[in-house]
Design a protein. Structure first.
Length: 451
């Protein structure tokens, strides 16, 4: 148990920081508190592990780097929270209620209980995770948890261990190991992976809840947790779920910022989370660039806090890619019939979507039912969040078209995980566009005369 205490410290620092952002007191409902906790975990994990890596590169040592990064975020978050308390709270503006929303919440609670049981069962059988976990992320974490961090990017570890990949997740595991001197303890990546999975579901639930009501939040999260791929990969310690966590958190914070008149604090949170996505996996670069373009078009000069908050991690990723990363020769123009390759790719993704579940609980069926029963809002706004999601899908297509690897092998080993990355983003945008179910409340009685 002591091996996960640093995780709690990073989470607390992130929660203090996130809860200090936005309008003071605005929408401080259960939904906002849950969203603060979820985004706090994402920010705390990402910010402290990024700082840990930076301190390693200046040779501070892995133990002092781990301790200092967590304590610094705790101090910063505490200072922001104390300063924010002195400001005047804003009046909350809540979405309409629905008296049957508790049914969706009950179904989601049952699904979450089964999901946690599945994570525990799989962790007992596979404590070091599946291939990507022990051959890429956890192995590189062992180098970062020592004074030989260069080993995590050396070609000597083998190309199949991808030394060119970003290092946020290995750094998060290594930082926790360094705190407690428990390098190699599988409890750390198991805990981080499980928390990232639950955080991803919580961001979708609370974000849609806060913007469109409890019923919509419960339905969106329930659709996601019914996906077979989410159940499969939640306990396997792959980084696709943390990547989805950062991307969804960034998009949710940006939409919430718009709902509060482009609130600078929430825009800064969105920018920070988007840049952390780029430091998690390469797919985050496409999302980051597209979200930056969308916000620039929608918010214009008011998007400056987003850019300023995103700059530190973005500069780190650019430096890593240009100066440190060994690179890979996997991408290029493959030649041949491009239209045929596109057809193969579309067919593979169609099969992945059909394989997300089984009748009658297939996520696609649930989505169709929700669209049919609720309908699309008029006017259908906001539409700009669709831009980074569409760009991410286009990035997937471009990567498969340009891969030099065998296309069938490449699709077979990664298409499921790419679908898992984008599903939460699609559901978030979809449920923002649907009408909210609203209870018909009787008119309040007129006050009688005083006797």
């Amino acid at each position: 148990m002591i091996s996960i205490l640093p995780v709690v410290a990073a989470w607390m620092g992130g929660w203090l920081t996130v809860s200090a952002l936005g309008r003071p007191g605005a929408n401080r409902t259960m939904a906002r508190h849950l969203l603060d906790l979820a985004l706090g975990f994402a920010l705390g994990l990402g910010a402290t592990s990024t700082l840990y890596f930076v301190l390693l590169t200046i040779r501070l040592g892995h133990v002092p780097s781990a301790v200092f990064s967590d304590l610094l975020l705790l101090a910063l978050g505490g200072a922001l929270r104390w300063r924010r308390r002195a400001q005047t709270p804003a009046e909350a503006a809540l979405p309409p209620g629905f008296k049957w929303a508790w049914l969706g919440g009950a179904g989601l609670a049952v699904a979450a209980a089964f999901l946690i049981g599945s994570i525990v069962h799989t962790a007992e059988a596979m404590p070091y995770g599946d291939w990507d976990a022990w051959a890429i992320w956890n192995m590189r974490a062992k180098f970062l948890a020592s004074d030989n961090w260069h080993g995590s990017i050396s070609k000597e570890i083998g190309l199949r261990s991808h030394p060119e990949y970003p290092l946020l997740w290995p750094a998060a595991v290594a930082k926790t190991w360094s705190w407690t001197g428990s390098s190699g303890d599988p409890a750390v990546p198991i805990c981080l992976s499980a928390l990232a999975s639950l955080t991803l579901a919580s961001i979708l639930l609370s974000g849609v809840w806060l913007l469109r009501g409890a019923a919509m939040g419960a339905m969106s999260a329930l659709v996601m947790v019914t996906a077979v791929s989410f159940w499969q990969y939640a306990p396997l310690q792959y980084v696709d779920i943390p990547l989805a966590m950062f991307m969804l958190g960034s998009l949710c914070a940006a939409v919430l910022a718009e709902s509060q008149g482009w609130e600078p604090g929430l825009l800064a949170l969105s920018g920070g989370l988007a840049s952390l996505a780029t430091w998690t996996k390469d797919e985050g670069l496409v999302f980051f660039a597209a979200l930056a373009a969308a916000l620039l078009a929608a918010a214009r000069k008011r998007a400056l806090p987003w850019a300023l908050a995103a700059a530190p991690a973005a500069l780190l990723v650019a430096s890593f890619k240009l100066l440190v990363s060994p690179g890979t020769g996997l991408w290029g123009w493959p030649g041949g019939d491009v239209l045929h390759r596109i057809g193969v790719i579309l067919r593979a993704f169609g099969e992945e979507i059909l394989g997300l579940g089984h009748y009658p609980a297939h996520p696609l069926i649930l989505v169709i039912v929700c669209v049919a029963l609720l309908g699309v809002r008029r006017p259908a706004a906001p539409l700009w969040p669709i831009i980074p999601v569409a760009a991410l899908a286009a990035g997937y297509m471009g990567a498969y078209v340009s891969t030099k690897a065998d296309l069938a092998w490449h699709l077979g080993t990664s298409a499921t995980r790419l679908v898992l990355q984008i599903i939460p983003l699609i559901l978030f945008c979809l449920f923002l566009l649907l009408k909210s179910p609203v209870s018909s409340e009787p008119a309040a009685p007129r006050p009688g005369r005083k006797k």
